[in-house]
Design a protein around this ligand. Structure first.
Ligand code: PZK
Length: 287
């Protein structure tokens, strides 16, 4: 018997459906965004790469925190998940100084209330990974907040639990990735609560869309690092002089194939599984 899917939300590149009262179906498309604009050209298999990577990590981080994953579907791009009460917090961990963390540091010498050593350069590794939560903005960019503001949103005990859990997840995945030639500069988690009030890792985890992946062999602090996955797309868009407002440009075939190859390279390095094997049998990432 098949069950009725009801579409409940669209992200920039993903769709969310309900299956009955307790389950959700998360579907990752092949759409790609750059400079916050979804482009008209798709990257074939991008949704499968991201779905497979998330499932790979969920299957390995269960001792740190349970996840919402119930089932990886045979199409390799959709997962059935437990429906949770989501926390109103984006849980960001930074191991390196990039993006809004770098911008905050330049202005203030600290980021999200973490005082940092003087003299750090863009993309430098931080002395310790830091937890820098942000609020889910309904429009535009998420806004970095400090611990006091985050505690107002979720309470002190829950804040301490998401901080400790986020740092433990980051340490686990960043050590695994670094051993395979990929630096995870920063990453974002979303957590929810199950019916018993237990913390559960939701959304996607340690994908190129939720994290900054840098190729370790090209790491050169003192400036911005090339993005593992989207650099060809960004470079091409910059070469056009596009003003970064919608609509975005169509991508030529060589940019599509080069970008697809980078996604698949990240998948294969991180999982140790041939992408063709994942397409034949998605559950290979759960073993
Ligand atoms: C949930 N989102 C964001 C993701 C979209 C929107 N396990 C869960 N339980 C309840 N709600 C969510 C989840 C998860 N994951 C996630 N919004 C609600 C989102 C993908 C596509 F359109």
């Amino acid at each position: 018997m098949s069950e009725t899917l009801i579409h409940v939300a669209s992200g920039k590149v993903r769709e969310l459906f309900t299956i009955g009262d307790e389950r959700l179906l998360l579907v990752a498309s092949d759409r790609i965004s750059t400079f916050d604009v979804v482009l008209p050209t798709e990257i074939p298999d991008k949704g499968r790469v991201l779905t497979g990577l998330s499932a790979f990590w969920f299957a390995r981080t269960g001792d740190v925190c349970p996840s919402h994953l119930l089932e990886l579907r045979p199409d390799g791009r959709s997962t059935e998940c437990r429906r949770l009460e989501m926390l109103p917090l984006e849980c960001v961990v930074r191991g390196y100084l990039a993006g809004s963390g770098w911008k905050d540091y330049l202005r203030t010498g600290s980021t999200s209330g973490h005082a940092l050593p003087a003299g750090l350069r863009e993309s430098d590794r931080l002395p310790e990974p830091i937890f820098t939560p942000s609020t889910k903005a309904t429009s535009g960019h998420d806004e970095n907040i400090d611990a006091a503001q985050a505690i107002e949103l979720v309470g002190r005990e829950r804040y301490e639990e998401v901080e400790r859990t986020s740092l433990a997840l980051y340490r686990f995945a960043s050590e695994h990735a670094a051993a395979r030639g990929i630096l995870i500069a920063d990453t974002k988690f979303e957590f929810g609560l199950d019916a018993e009030g237990r913390l559960v890792l939701a959304d996607e985890a340690f994908t190129p869309d939720s994290s900054r992946f840098w190729p370790a062999d090209e790491y050169a602090p003192g400036g911005p690092q090339p993005s593992f996955d989207k650099q060809f797309v960004r470079d091409y868009c910059e070469s056009l002089g596009w003003d970064k407002t919608p609509p975005g440009p169509e991508l030529p075939d060589d940019v599509v194939s080069g970008t697809r190859a980078r996604y698949i390279d990240a998948f294969e390095r991180l999982t140790g599984i041939a992408f063709a094997d994942y397409l034949a049998e998605p559950s290979a990432v759960l073993a």
